[in-house]
Design a protein around this ligand. Sequence first.
Ligand code: SAM
Length: 331
Amino acid sequence: MGSATGTGGVYLGLCFMDEQALIARTNNSIDNGRKYFMRYIPGVPVPQNNGLLYLVATPLGNLADLSQRAVDVLRSVAVIAAEDTRHSRPLLLHYGIDTPLIAYHEHNENAVAPQLLARLQQGESVALISDAGTPLISDPGFPLVRLARAAGIQVTPIPGPCALIAALSASGLPCDHFYFGGFLPRKSEARRSALKALDERSETLVFYESSHRVLDCLQDMAAVLPAERPLCIAREISKHYETIVTTTVAQACALVEQDANMQKGEFVLVVQGQRETVMEDLSAEQRRVLNILLAGGCTVKSAAAMAAEITGAPRKACYQAALQAGQDLQG
Ligand code: SAM
Protein backbone atom coordinates (compact mmCIF):
# COMPACT_ATOMS: atom_id res chain seq x y z
CA MET A 1 0.00 0.00 0.00
CA GLY A 2 1.68 3.26 -0.80
CA SER A 3 2.66 4.20 2.77
CA ALA A 4 6.27 5.16 3.34
CA THR A 5 8.35 2.42 4.86
CA GLY A 6 11.87 3.78 4.98
CA THR A 7 11.32 6.47 7.58
CA GLY A 8 9.97 4.66 10.60
CA GLY A 9 6.93 2.55 11.32
CA VAL A 10 4.70 5.46 12.20
CA TYR A 11 3.52 5.93 8.63
CA LEU A 12 2.52 2.31 8.11
CA GLY A 13 0.76 2.19 11.42
CA LEU A 14 -1.44 5.21 10.90
CA CYS A 15 -3.39 3.78 7.99
CA PHE A 16 -4.44 0.46 9.39
CA MET A 17 -4.97 0.66 13.13
CA ASP A 18 -8.29 0.74 14.92
CA GLU A 19 -9.29 3.95 16.65
CA GLN A 20 -7.97 3.15 20.15
CA ALA A 21 -4.69 1.90 18.77
CA LEU A 22 -4.45 5.00 16.64
CA ILE A 23 -4.92 7.26 19.65
CA ALA A 24 -2.25 5.37 21.55
CA ARG A 25 0.10 5.36 18.60
CA THR A 26 -0.26 8.98 17.62
CA ASN A 27 0.25 10.15 21.17
CA ASN A 28 3.36 8.07 21.68
CA SER A 29 5.01 7.41 18.37
CA ILE A 30 8.46 8.72 17.67
CA ASP A 31 9.80 9.39 14.20
CA ASN A 32 13.44 10.38 14.15
CA GLY A 33 13.16 11.55 17.72
CA ARG A 34 10.12 13.74 17.06
CA LYS A 35 6.87 13.08 18.83
CA TYR A 36 3.60 13.22 16.91
CA PHE A 37 0.78 14.64 19.01
CA MET A 38 -2.95 14.73 18.57
CA ARG A 39 -3.54 13.42 15.09
CA TYR A 40 -6.75 11.98 16.51
CA ILE A 41 -9.37 14.63 17.15
CA PRO A 42 -12.22 13.41 19.38
CA GLY A 43 -15.53 13.32 17.53
CA VAL A 44 -13.96 13.42 14.07
CA PRO A 45 -14.13 10.08 12.23
CA VAL A 46 -10.66 8.67 11.65
CA PRO A 47 -10.12 7.49 8.07
CA GLN A 48 -8.80 3.96 8.38
CA ASN A 49 -7.59 3.08 4.94
CA ASN A 50 -6.46 6.32 3.39
CA GLY A 51 -3.04 6.94 1.96
CA LEU A 52 -0.94 9.95 3.01
CA LEU A 53 -0.28 13.06 1.01
CA TYR A 54 3.35 14.12 1.31
CA LEU A 55 4.52 17.59 0.33
CA VAL A 56 8.15 17.03 -0.52
CA ALA A 57 10.61 19.94 -0.79
CA THR A 58 13.17 19.45 -3.55
CA PRO A 59 16.50 21.22 -4.27
CA LEU A 60 16.65 24.80 -5.58
CA GLY A 61 19.57 23.87 -7.78
CA ASN A 62 21.99 21.68 -5.89
CA LEU A 63 20.95 18.03 -6.18
CA ALA A 64 22.65 17.20 -2.88
CA ASP A 65 20.01 19.25 -1.05
CA LEU A 66 17.37 16.50 -1.26
CA SER A 67 16.98 15.06 2.23
CA GLN A 68 17.26 11.35 3.01
CA ARG A 69 13.70 11.41 4.28
CA ALA A 70 12.53 12.95 1.00
CA VAL A 71 14.30 10.18 -0.94
CA ASP A 72 12.65 7.50 1.24
CA VAL A 73 9.21 8.99 0.78
CA LEU A 74 9.60 9.50 -2.99
CA ARG A 75 10.71 5.86 -3.37
CA SER A 76 7.85 4.45 -1.36
CA VAL A 77 4.73 6.30 -2.51
CA ALA A 78 2.41 4.96 -5.24
CA VAL A 79 2.75 8.07 -7.37
CA ILE A 80 4.66 11.35 -7.50
CA ALA A 81 2.64 14.34 -8.67
CA ALA A 82 5.23 16.62 -10.29
CA GLU A 83 4.84 20.16 -11.60
CA ASP A 84 6.91 19.28 -14.67
CA THR A 85 7.70 15.59 -15.06
CA ARG A 86 10.52 16.30 -17.56
CA HIS A 87 12.12 18.74 -15.15
CA SER A 88 11.96 16.36 -12.17
CA ARG A 89 13.20 13.22 -13.95
CA PRO A 90 16.95 14.00 -13.69
CA LEU A 91 16.61 14.53 -9.93
CA LEU A 92 14.69 11.27 -9.48
CA LEU A 93 17.12 9.38 -11.74
CA HIS A 94 20.05 10.75 -9.73
CA TYR A 95 18.59 9.13 -6.63
CA GLY A 96 17.46 5.92 -8.36
CA ILE A 97 13.79 6.71 -7.75
CA ASP A 98 11.54 5.01 -10.33
CA THR A 99 8.14 5.78 -8.82
CA PRO A 100 5.49 6.56 -11.49
CA LEU A 101 4.99 10.27 -12.21
CA ILE A 102 1.85 12.23 -12.98
CA ALA A 103 1.78 15.86 -14.16
CA TYR A 104 0.28 18.26 -11.66
CA HIS A 105 0.63 21.92 -12.61
CA GLU A 106 -1.24 25.21 -12.46
CA HIS A 107 -3.11 24.48 -15.72
CA ASN A 108 -4.44 21.06 -14.75
CA GLU A 109 -4.49 21.03 -10.96
CA ASN A 110 -8.23 21.59 -10.60
CA ALA A 111 -8.86 18.51 -12.74
CA VAL A 112 -6.04 16.34 -11.36
CA ALA A 113 -6.55 17.12 -7.65
CA PRO A 114 -9.86 15.12 -7.43
CA GLN A 115 -8.21 12.19 -9.21
CA LEU A 116 -5.37 12.19 -6.70
CA LEU A 117 -7.85 12.49 -3.86
CA ALA A 118 -9.61 9.35 -5.12
CA ARG A 119 -6.30 7.48 -5.12
CA LEU A 120 -5.54 8.67 -1.59
CA GLN A 121 -8.96 7.47 -0.49
CA GLN A 122 -8.23 4.09 -2.01
CA GLY A 123 -5.17 3.80 0.20
CA GLU A 124 -2.41 4.95 -2.10
CA SER A 125 0.06 7.49 -0.80
CA VAL A 126 0.98 10.41 -3.02
CA ALA A 127 3.99 12.75 -2.99
CA LEU A 128 3.66 16.24 -4.43
CA ILE A 129 6.78 17.98 -5.73
CA SER A 130 7.32 21.21 -7.64
CA ASP A 131 10.19 22.10 -9.97
CA ALA A 132 12.24 23.45 -7.08
CA GLY A 133 11.82 24.19 -3.41
CA THR A 134 8.71 23.74 -1.31
CA PRO A 135 5.41 22.88 -3.06
CA LEU A 136 2.63 25.50 -2.72
CA ILE A 137 5.08 28.32 -2.04
CA SER A 138 4.39 30.30 -5.24
CA ASP A 139 3.87 26.85 -6.74
CA PRO A 140 0.94 24.48 -7.48
CA GLY A 141 -0.65 22.33 -4.80
CA PHE A 142 -3.20 24.39 -2.90
CA PRO A 143 -6.36 22.77 -4.39
CA LEU A 144 -5.01 19.30 -3.63
CA VAL A 145 -4.05 20.10 -0.04
CA ARG A 146 -7.40 21.77 0.60
CA LEU A 147 -9.31 18.81 -0.81
CA ALA A 148 -7.19 16.30 1.07
CA ARG A 149 -7.58 18.05 4.41
CA ALA A 150 -11.30 18.47 3.94
CA ALA A 151 -11.52 14.73 3.30
CA GLY A 152 -9.56 13.90 6.46
CA ILE A 153 -6.46 12.75 4.59
CA GLN A 154 -3.25 13.18 6.51
CA VAL A 155 -1.03 15.80 4.86
CA THR A 156 2.60 15.52 5.84
CA PRO A 157 5.29 18.03 4.84
CA ILE A 158 8.79 16.77 4.18
CA PRO A 159 10.61 20.05 4.86
CA GLY A 160 13.59 21.23 2.87
CA PRO A 161 14.74 23.98 0.51
CA CYS A 162 12.71 27.14 0.08
CA ALA A 163 14.22 30.13 -1.76
CA LEU A 164 12.57 32.78 0.39
CA ILE A 165 13.80 31.28 3.65
CA ALA A 166 17.30 30.65 2.27
CA ALA A 167 17.57 34.25 1.01
CA LEU A 168 16.10 35.83 4.12
CA SER A 169 18.36 33.89 6.46
CA ALA A 170 21.49 34.90 4.54
CA SER A 171 20.49 38.52 3.84
CA GLY A 172 21.74 40.10 7.03
CA LEU A 173 18.35 41.83 7.33
CA PRO A 174 15.98 41.28 10.27
CA CYS A 175 14.37 37.82 10.10
CA ASP A 176 12.16 38.03 13.20
CA HIS A 177 9.19 39.39 11.24
CA PHE A 178 8.82 39.30 7.51
CA TYR A 179 6.24 39.75 4.78
CA PHE A 180 6.41 37.43 1.79
CA GLY A 181 4.95 39.11 -1.30
CA GLY A 182 5.54 36.27 -3.79
CA PHE A 183 5.92 37.71 -7.30
CA LEU A 184 5.13 41.41 -7.65
CA PRO A 185 2.81 42.38 -10.54
CA ARG A 186 4.40 42.17 -13.99
CA LYS A 187 3.40 45.65 -15.16
CA SER A 188 5.37 48.58 -13.82
CA GLU A 189 2.38 50.69 -12.78
CA ALA A 190 0.78 47.88 -10.79
CA ARG A 191 4.15 46.94 -9.32
CA ARG A 192 4.77 50.48 -8.12
CA SER A 193 1.38 50.69 -6.45
CA ALA A 194 1.98 47.31 -4.77
CA LEU A 195 5.33 48.58 -3.50
CA LYS A 196 3.81 51.88 -2.33
CA ALA A 197 1.24 49.94 -0.34
CA LEU A 198 4.06 48.06 1.39
CA ASP A 199 6.35 51.05 1.92
CA GLU A 200 5.34 51.67 5.53
CA ARG A 201 5.38 48.06 6.68
CA SER A 202 7.85 47.44 9.43
CA GLU A 203 8.63 43.82 8.56
CA THR A 204 11.35 42.77 6.16
CA LEU A 205 9.82 42.37 2.68
CA VAL A 206 10.65 39.33 0.55
CA PHE A 207 9.82 38.90 -3.15
CA TYR A 208 10.46 36.37 -5.87
CA GLU A 209 11.60 37.74 -9.22
CA SER A 210 12.58 36.36 -12.60
CA SER A 211 15.60 37.32 -14.68
CA HIS A 212 13.35 39.03 -17.27
CA ARG A 213 11.99 41.51 -14.78
CA VAL A 214 14.61 41.90 -12.08
CA LEU A 215 16.03 45.17 -13.44
CA ASP A 216 12.59 46.71 -14.04
CA CYS A 217 11.55 45.64 -10.57
CA LEU A 218 14.63 47.18 -8.94
CA GLN A 219 14.03 50.39 -10.91
CA ASP A 220 10.49 50.53 -9.58
CA MET A 221 11.75 49.89 -6.05
CA ALA A 222 14.20 52.79 -6.51
CA ALA A 223 11.34 55.01 -7.68
CA VAL A 224 9.04 54.18 -4.77
CA LEU A 225 11.13 53.19 -1.75
CA PRO A 226 13.67 55.34 0.13
CA ALA A 227 17.03 55.21 -1.66
CA GLU A 228 18.96 54.21 1.45
CA ARG A 229 16.69 51.31 2.43
CA PRO A 230 18.88 48.16 2.73
CA LEU A 231 18.13 45.58 0.05
CA CYS A 232 19.55 42.12 -0.56
CA ILE A 233 19.73 40.47 -3.96
CA ALA A 234 19.95 36.68 -3.57
CA ARG A 235 20.62 35.12 -6.97
CA GLU A 236 21.07 31.49 -8.00
CA ILE A 237 21.00 30.19 -4.43
CA SER A 238 22.84 26.88 -4.03
CA LYS A 239 24.01 26.96 -7.66
CA HIS A 240 27.42 27.58 -9.23
CA TYR A 241 26.92 31.34 -9.63
CA GLU A 242 25.25 31.94 -6.29
CA THR A 243 25.49 35.68 -5.48
CA ILE A 244 24.10 37.24 -2.32
CA VAL A 245 24.70 40.99 -2.05
CA THR A 246 23.22 43.29 0.55
CA THR A 247 23.33 46.92 -0.50
CA THR A 248 20.76 49.74 -0.72
CA VAL A 249 17.72 50.23 -2.92
CA ALA A 250 19.57 52.89 -4.98
CA GLN A 251 22.79 50.93 -5.34
CA ALA A 252 21.09 47.61 -6.12
CA CYS A 253 19.61 49.15 -9.20
CA ALA A 254 22.99 50.46 -10.43
CA LEU A 255 24.69 47.16 -9.62
CA VAL A 256 22.30 45.11 -11.74
CA GLU A 257 22.23 47.70 -14.52
CA GLN A 258 26.02 47.66 -14.88
CA ASP A 259 26.56 43.90 -14.77
CA ALA A 260 24.74 41.76 -17.33
CA ASN A 261 25.50 38.63 -15.28
CA MET A 262 23.49 40.09 -12.44
CA GLN A 263 20.43 39.93 -14.70
CA LYS A 264 20.69 36.18 -15.21
CA GLY A 265 19.21 33.35 -13.16
CA GLU A 266 16.63 33.23 -10.40
CA PHE A 267 16.24 35.93 -7.79
CA VAL A 268 14.90 36.66 -4.36
CA LEU A 269 14.79 40.33 -3.37
CA VAL A 270 14.79 41.10 0.34
CA VAL A 271 14.07 44.68 1.46
CA GLN A 272 14.38 45.94 5.00
CA GLY A 273 11.14 47.17 6.55
CA GLN A 274 10.52 50.79 7.41
CA ARG A 275 10.67 50.47 11.18
CA GLU A 276 14.19 49.13 11.12
CA THR A 277 15.34 51.81 8.68
CA VAL A 278 13.81 54.57 10.76
CA MET A 279 15.47 53.23 13.88
CA GLU A 280 18.82 53.35 12.13
CA ASP A 281 18.15 56.84 10.79
CA LEU A 282 18.22 58.28 14.31
CA SER A 283 21.70 59.15 15.50
CA ALA A 284 23.02 57.80 18.79
CA GLU A 285 22.51 61.23 20.37
CA GLN A 286 18.91 61.47 19.14
CA ARG A 287 18.15 58.01 20.52
CA ARG A 288 19.84 58.92 23.83
CA VAL A 289 17.59 61.96 24.26
CA LEU A 290 14.51 59.93 23.34
CA ASN A 291 15.39 57.19 25.83
CA ILE A 292 15.95 59.73 28.63
CA LEU A 293 12.49 61.19 28.01
CA LEU A 294 10.87 57.76 27.96
CA ALA A 295 12.72 56.68 31.09
CA GLY A 296 11.57 59.93 32.74
CA GLY A 297 7.95 58.83 32.29
CA CYS A 298 6.94 60.70 29.12
CA THR A 299 4.37 58.99 26.93
CA VAL A 300 5.50 57.72 23.55
CA LYS A 301 3.78 60.65 21.84
CA SER A 302 5.21 63.41 24.01
CA ALA A 303 8.69 61.83 24.18
CA ALA A 304 8.73 61.66 20.39
CA ALA A 305 7.54 65.25 20.04
CA MET A 306 10.08 66.59 22.55
CA ALA A 307 12.97 64.52 21.13
CA ALA A 308 12.15 65.83 17.66
CA GLU A 309 12.07 69.39 19.01
CA ILE A 310 15.31 69.08 20.98
CA THR A 311 17.42 67.14 18.48
CA GLY A 312 15.95 68.17 15.14
CA ALA A 313 15.24 64.51 14.23
CA PRO A 314 12.16 63.78 12.09
CA ARG A 315 9.09 63.52 14.32
CA LYS A 316 7.86 60.34 12.60
CA ALA A 317 11.22 58.63 13.10
CA CYS A 318 11.18 59.61 16.79
CA TYR A 319 7.65 58.33 17.19
CA GLN A 320 8.41 54.98 15.61
CA ALA A 321 11.64 54.61 17.57
CA ALA A 322 9.75 55.45 20.78
CA LEU A 323 7.06 52.92 19.95
CA GLN A 324 9.70 50.29 19.31
CA ALA A 325 11.54 51.13 22.52
CA GLY A 326 8.24 50.71 24.39
CA GLN A 327 7.67 47.30 22.78
CA ASP A 328 11.23 46.22 23.59
CA LEU A 329 10.70 47.18 27.22
CA GLN A 330 7.47 45.18 27.37
CA GLY A 331 8.98 42.22 25.49
N1 SAM B 1 8.48 26.83 -4.32
C1 SAM B 1 9.71 27.51 -4.55
C2 SAM B 1 10.39 27.76 -3.21
O1 SAM B 1 10.11 27.04 -2.26
O2 SAM B 1 11.24 28.65 -3.11
C3 SAM B 1 9.52 28.79 -5.34
C4 SAM B 1 8.90 28.56 -6.69
S1 SAM B 1 8.66 30.04 -7.61
C5 SAM B 1 7.74 29.45 -8.97
C6 SAM B 1 10.20 30.25 -8.39
C7 SAM B 1 10.93 31.49 -7.89
O3 SAM B 1 11.62 31.17 -6.68
C8 SAM B 1 12.01 31.99 -8.83
O4 SAM B 1 11.46 32.84 -9.84
C9 SAM B 1 12.90 32.75 -7.89
O5 SAM B 1 12.32 34.00 -7.59
C10 SAM B 1 12.85 31.86 -6.63
N2 SAM B 1 13.94 30.88 -6.70
C11 SAM B 1 13.85 29.58 -6.96
N3 SAM B 1 15.07 29.02 -6.94
C12 SAM B 1 15.94 30.00 -6.66
C13 SAM B 1 17.35 30.06 -6.51
N4 SAM B 1 18.12 28.99 -6.66
N5 SAM B 1 17.92 31.25 -6.22
C14 SAM B 1 17.16 32.36 -6.06
N6 SAM B 1 15.82 32.35 -6.19
C15 SAM B 1 15.23 31.19 -6.50
